[in-house]
Every structure is written in C-alpha cells, then in structure tokens.
Design a protein. Structure first.
Length: 300
C-alpha cells in the first residue's frame, strides 16, 4: 500500500477494537459509487448483507480488518469513515464554524473529540439506545447530529479541500450525553415548510387508516412528532409483534415520504435501524419496510 493507507489501516484497527464499524469513502467525503449490479438492483437487494467491498455507503461499514484493508487497496486515496448510531454505540455532534456552528460548553460536555480537517469539531458521545436520527441539531446553526443513518470522517483522513488531517484532540473516553444534550438530540425537528403532494400510485389508492395521524386531511402538521412516534412504537413493541409494528411504522413513514417531509433513503435508514435495535433480522426488516411502502403506494 502507498500513500496514507497504512496510517488509515492502523487507525481502522483501533476503531474496530472499540467496536466502531468503519468503511472507506471516496476522495470527496462522499461514499464510493455502487457497482453497476448494486446500482440497478433496487430495494429487493439487501445493502446490509451485500458482499461488495464499498457499495451502499455506510452499509459497507465492517468490523473485519481484512475487508477494510481490501477497501483501502481498492481506494488508497479514500477517506476513512466511522458508521455512527446504535450499531457503533455513538452519537457524534458535528460543529461547523464555517456555517455558524459554535461549541456550547453547557450543552456539550468534555468527551472524546476530533478536530476536523475543515476547521470544526466532532464530539463523540455514547448512544442512548433508542434511535437518534442524523439531522441538524434543533435550534443550532452549523451543528449536526451524526447518529443512526449517518457517518463521520475519521482521523487521520486528509480533508479533500484544506488538505488538513482530521486528528484526535484528546483521546479520553467517549462520555455519556449530559441531560440537556440528550434532550436536544431527541427533540422534535421543526415541521417541514415544503408543500405536500399525494403519493404516486400504480393503481387504486391504498386504503388509509382512519386515525393515528392527521395526514388523511391532506397534510401532516407535525411530521417530526409523527416520525418519532412511529420509531418509538417499534422500540417498545413486545416480542412476537415487532415485525407487524415495523410494518405499521413503515406505512406511516411512507406517508411522510409522500408528503416530502423526508426522503425515501432517510426513511429506510431510520426504519431499518429501529428494526435492528428491536432485534429483527434483515429479512424481516426488508419485508416490513417494502411491504409498508408498497401498500401505501409510495415508491422506494
């Protein structure tokens, strides 16, 4: 291996020892493009179980060092990344001063931290267990939450623009989120201001439930609360009812996608992570989500 790959591989080994799944991005902080077979496979193709080295973005993340070595051999100038969320036990607060982000000592207590190559900071906290969506931290300009359905660039990757390496500022342990931060990362997001649209259907409209949300009236007034409620229902579903609950959640989340409150990719990641946290198999997760979207007439 040439270039920075040996240092990246050594770092990957330390992250794997910590239980953090890692993968390799392209040169521009974006995932490596899917191979033609995966690109054309559609949603019936399980990204989590795919044998390709680097297809499907963070779904390629692994705790297998040999696979990481093969990724780096295939993309020696790529960037190392860590998949965040419940799978890694991580929630990362990403502060970007270039977009107005600021460190709030009262909210963001000391923990393991990275100085990003772009001049910001990544603060690593322990995941609380229930799903935490990757999104903008409510009420905070230039501060993002990287958790379920997300990833962060990891040291010692080189920033593609500044050519500055990502580096650990203090290798202390990953801390628990203080109560104010926990409340902030789990707080409902502001309602979307985008106009709603009816879902595309290939035939007669799917039958809607007669209650449970306000989408039947043609709009969703609080999509943030509705999404959180669907995910929470999956998290507390008793054994024997988890797949059915995930299917119902998928139907509800499909209506959020149809109304442009989130993308199909975001919906799939949130629902799949909720299903995994509820100890469902990949086959059960895929069947529940695809079935829910299909029965709502919403394409994935």
């Amino acid at each position: 291996m040439s270039g920075p790959a040996p240092a990246l591989l050594a770092a990957a080994e330390s992250y794997i020892e910590a239980g953090w799944p890692v993968f390799v991005l392209g040169r521009t902080k974006r995932p490596v493009a899917n191979c033609p077979r995966c690109r054309d496979a559609g949603r019936d193709h399980d990204p989590e179980a795919c044998a390709c080295l680097s297809c499907h973005g963070f779904y390629a993340a692994t705790l297998d060092l040999d696979r990481v070595a093969a990724m780096l051999s295939a993309a020696p100038r790529g960037l190392l990344a860590i998949r965040t969320g419940a799978l890694a036990g991580l929630v990362v607060v990403d502060i970007d001063p270039g977009h107005g982000g600021r460190l709030d000592p009262a909210l963001m207590t000391p923990t393991a931290a990275v100085a990003s190559g772009g001049g910001g900071w990544h603060l690593y906290y322990a995941h609380p267990g229930p799903p935490v969506l990757s999104r903008r931290l409510p009420g905070r300009t230039g501060v993002d939450v990287k958790a379920d359905g997300g990833y962060v660039v990891a040291p010692p990757s080189i920033h593609p623009v500044t050519r500055t390496p990502y580096r650990w500022t203090a290798r202390q342990t990953v801390g628990e989120m203080p109560p104010p931060l926990h409340a902030a990362v789990t707080a409902p997001a502001a309602p979307s201001s985008q106009p709603t649209r009816p879902p595309a259907t290939a035939g007669p409209p799917a039958r809607r439930p007669t209650g449970g949300d306000d989408s039947a009236g043609g709009g969703i007034s609080r999509p943030d609360l509705l999404l959180a409620a669907h995910l929470a229902a999956v998290a507390r579903a008793p054994e024997g009812h988890r797949r059915t609950t995930l299917y119902g959640a998928a139907r509800g989340v499909a209506r959020l996608v149809a109304a442009d409150h989130l993308t199909a990719t975001e919906a799939w990641a949130a629902l799949a992570d909720a299903g995994r946290a509820a100890a469902q198999t990949e086959r059960e997760i895929r069947g529940a989500i695809t079935g829910g979207f299909r029965d709502e007439g919403v394409p994935l």
